[in-house]
Design a protein around this ligand. Structure first.
Ligand code: TYD
Length: 142
């Protein structure tokens, strides 16, 4: 995967055990591979429409690591200053979505499956869903 240049992000590489005919096994352990205790895991599938788009928000405090465990998609990251597109296609390479990072997932291949490990339970009040509000929030944290 390419180098991550945005703030509050990074790459997580999981151990991947390959048994040629019997598939691949990837393992994530909290505080070892994932840099926090995992309180929630969710996955996204059935992305059958070429125009599907997910994300389009940032979080105030939540930390997450996003994986593409099948197929591929484009992850667009924006920390308020820098923007970056990351092509996600390796099942054992995740990207950290730290706080204050506007993220959008799009350009899904057929059969694409996303998996996300999160540091906390779902809390709508932790979301920033308006881009201008996000820019204001980032300014306020600096
Ligand atoms: P959202 O986080 O906006 O999805 P994405 O970033 O993948 O596009 O969530 C979509 C809807 O699902 C929204 O109504 C909130 C709900 N939701 C939960 O109830 N619990 C969760 O853990 C998540 C991630 C979403």
């Amino acid at each position: 995967m390419q180098k991550i240049i945005v703030q509050n992000s990074g790459i997580v590489t999981l151990k991947r055990i390959i048994d040629e005919r019997d598939g691949a096994l990837c393992i994530m352990e909290a505080r070892r591979d994932i840099p926090f205790d995992i309180k929630r895991v969710y996955y996204i599938n059935n992305l059958e429409h070429q125009s599907s788009i997910r994300g389009k928000h940032a979080h105030k405090t939540l930390r997450q690591v996003i994986f593409c465990i099948n197929g591929s998609f484009m992850l667009s990251l924006d920390d308020g200053t820098n923007r970056q597109d990351v092509l996600m296609w390796k099942d054992n390479e995740g990207v950290i979505l730290g706080p204050c990072l506007w993220h959008t997932m799009h350009s899904f291949s057929s059969g694409c499956v996303l998996l996300v490990a999160a540091s906390d339970y779902y809390d709508e009040s932790d979301y920033i869903r308006n881009y201008d509000a996000f820019l204001q929030y980032v300014k306020g944290t600096k």
